[in-house]
Design a protein around this ligand. Sequence first.
Ligand SMILES: NC(=O)c1ccc[n+]([C@@H]2O[C@H](COP(=O)([O-])OP(=O)(O)OC[C@H]3O[C@@H](n4cnc5c(N)ncnc54)[C@H](O)[C@@H]3O)[C@@H](O)[C@H]2O)c1
Length: 253
Amino acid sequence: MQIDGLRFMMVGGASGMGRATAERVAAGGGKVAILDREGSAGAEVAASLGGTFHVCNILDFEGTEAVVQEAVDALGGLDAAAITAGGGIAARTLSKDGPHDLDAFRGVIDLNLIGTFNLNRLQAWHMSKNEPNDDGERGVIINTASIAAFEGQIGQVAYTASKAAIAGMALVMARDLGSMGIRVNAIAPSLFDTGITAGIPEDFKDVLVKDAAFPKRMGHPYEYAMLATSIIENPMLNGGTIRLDAGQRFAPK
Ligand SMILES: NC(=O)c1ccc[n+]([C@@H]2O[C@H](COP(=O)([O-])OP(=O)(O)OC[C@H]3O[C@@H](n4cnc5c(N)ncnc54)[C@H](O)[C@@H]3O)[C@@H](O)[C@H]2O)c1
């Protein structure tokens, strides 16, 4: 799909990798709708890109349906969507206080897995109404996993479960939606310099990326955006989870 003229929904677009992706799509001539939480910088980011902002908490599963509709109406349809809204907690399966809190585990699954799938099913529904392009494409969906989906560290059991599920869904959804010309991929970043990692002290960032092959640094949000727009543009990228990690493999801790 071409970026020029693309009708693009960026969930989590107020900050970090989502913001960089919205900026890159807008710079390429795409039309952008940003969904993000109340109190985020979503309105300012959208205004700077000539796009629209739609307040959305993806944990409000019923409310999200109406917000997605509102964003699609503003765009005049939906060709592509990406999701970076998400997050995690740090807790071991067992700690000195006892077993992992089950509600805390469920909360991470709700945010990353159910939140993502809820958006995907609605996004795919809107995309299915498009006239196919010359290659038969009606839409493309990009989800955000993590390299923790494959080698989660100590204390990441809930986060890894949710991100492994996002990675696992990519091929199944691509197969489900293939007959409609809708592609689904996930991006699995290593550590990226975004709002979520902003509180990490500089010297500790060096420790966190020491196992990367090259470059030994955190990723820049625009490097995520470069991959996201490649996925949009390249019809052969489908059903996969693409690592964006400078060759890093997480150690146990
Ligand atoms: N930054 C990293 O090192 C890294 C590495 C691997 C995976 N990830 C994944 O990337 C995503 C975070 O993106 P980022 O790193 O650009 O962080 P970020 O904090 O800069 O941006 C995330 C955006 O998502 C929004 N968001 C969070 N929860 C939301 C909710 N419930 N409803 C709506 N919007 C919500 C935030 O307001 C924020 O604007 C997460 O899914 C995270 O697991 C990040």
